[in-house]
Design a protein. Structure first.
Length: 80
């Protein structure tokens, strides 16, 4: 059973946020070691912001990355 993990990719001048569904945090970190995995929604993030991330930037750890996640993976050398 996969659970949602809120993650952030800090690219130096900002960050990209996503929710990645994975069966464990270890599996998520194994595939994307450069992402910061948050244990819970930060206090400054509204429920509406989290829901927006969940509806527009949700990924499955077992699927091929797309969008900014793919670009970041390539930048990190995780993808050809």
């Amino acid at each position: 059973m996969k659970i949602p993990f809120l993650v952030c990719h800090d690219y130096g001048m900002g960050g990209n946020w996503a929710v990645i569904h994975a069966d464990s945090e270890a599996r998520l970190v194994q595939k994307y070691p450069w992402l910061k995995v948050l244990g819970k929604k930060p206090s400054w993030m509204s429920s509406q912001e989290y829901d927006s991330i969940l509806s527009t930037q949700a990924f499955d750890v077992d699927d091929a990355p797309t969008g900014w996640l793919l670009a970041a993976a390539r930048e990190q050398g995780s993808m050809p």
